[in-house]
Design a protein around this ligand. Structure first.
Ligand SMILES: NC(=O)c1ccc[n+]([C@@H]2O[C@H](COP(=O)([O-])OP(=O)(O)OC[C@H]3O[C@@H](n4cnc5c(N)ncnc54)[C@H](O)[C@@H]3O)[C@@H](O)[C@H]2O)c1
Length: 310
């Protein structure tokens, strides 16, 4: 793909990872962030990803940090917004962007939950507003949900998917701008059932994690749930659903069990206890295990892609 100029809004956790990913694909990436602290810490965070993945160090030269938005957004063909999750802020940023970029520059929001329909509601050219939901860390997790709202043009979807695919991501087209998109709806359907079972005393949190990791999770990276349903046969899926569905949790609000945990300060790894208990060294070990696993997957994917090209 021809190298492009790309703007990023926000140099935080997601913004710097998206910058790394796109610079690694050969693009020139300008990151706008009003915070001097976040701008100053970005090079070290990028270097840490480079050390982990062993990519070409030249990619760092293609990323620059900017205190002002207008110069950073000059002549960009895409903008990825990764600012804090607040609707008025995102609406304001998109309105400002529209005065700075060309009418066909694609404006993508990385919001986890706010529909891009609302973020772009006040813009003149709404056909170029799209949701791109990256997963953390964006340079290591392959999936990006590309969410088409009622106004997003097919051309915007095509160009966005092409850019992301070329950068080594696995973009999927989500055809309706619904809360949670696809990935978080699936994730929270599991969490609703899991938390309800723990609250009802069926099993503890450790057991839930073991069941997922050693059971259906162990095959999920190569066999999605729809493939698995077709593999075992839809007749069996129907028989199981006939028995099971009426018994599954159907709460439309978080359980009291979860609310009590939060109210008593049991927030998870960062407070030492959540659904499970965590010594600081155990929490660090989990983070490191995840980082290494994702890096190994990314390396394996890179090798596969290189082999396919040669
Ligand atoms: N963290 C995740 O796992 C994750 C995953 C997917 C999507 N998201 C979404 O990505 C977005 C960013 O999340 P994050 O985790 O990177 O947050 P973060 O707090 O790490 O980064 C936010 C950045 O935005 C900057 N910022 C603050 N005000 C700004 C402004 N007015 N203009 C431009 N930048 C500004 C901050 O200085 C900071 O660098 C949110 O919408 C979030 O919902 C997060």
């Amino acid at each position: 793909m021809t190298p492009q100029n790309i703007g990023i809004i926000g140099a935080g956790l997601m913004g710097h990872g998206i910058a790394y990913l796109l610079a690694n694909a050969g693009h020139t990436v300008r990151v706008y962030d009003p915070s001097a602290e976040w701008r100053a810490s970005m090079p070290a965070r990028l270097q840490s990803s480079l050390d982990l993945l062993g990519d070409d160090p030249m990619l760092l030269k293609r990323i620059s940090a900017h205190e002002q938005m207008a110069p950073a957004m000059q002549d960009v063909s895409f903008v990825f917004e990764a600012a804090p999750e607040k609707l008025p802020l995102k609406q304001q940023l998109f309105a400002e962007l529209e005065t700075m970029v060309a009418a066909d520059t694609i404006l993508a929001s990385n919001s986890s939950a706010i529909p891009s329909t609302e973020i772009g509601a006040k813009l003149k050219h709404r056909e170029r507003v799209v949701g791109t939901h990256f997963w953390n860390p964006p340079h290591l997790v392959p999936l990006v949900e590309v969410i088409q709202n009622e106004k997003t043009s097919d051309d915007t979807i095509r160009k966005t998917m092409e850019l992301l695919r070329d950068a080594g991501r696995k973009p999927v087209h989500v055809k309706k701008d619904i809360p949670g998109f696809v990935g978080n709806r699936l994730q929270h359907a599991i969490k609703r059932e899991a938390i309800a079972m723990i609250a009802a005393g069926v099993c503890d949190a450790e057991t839930i994690d073991e069941v997922v990791k050693s059971g259906f999770g162990a095959r999920m990276a190569v066999l999605g749930p729809m493939e698995q349903s077709d593999l075992v046969g839809l007749d069996l899926t129907l028989d199981i659903q006939n028995v099971l569905l009426a018994d599954l949790d159907r709460s439309t609000a978080p359980t009291q069990f979860l609310k009590d945990k939060v109210a008593s300060g049991k927030l998870g790894m960062r407070t030492g206890e959540g659904l499970r208990k965590w010594a600081p060294s155990e929490a660090d070990a989990v983070r490191e295990r995840l980082r290494r696993f994702l890096a190994e997957q990314a390396q394996a994917e890179k090798t596969r892609a290189q082999k396919a090209r040669s």
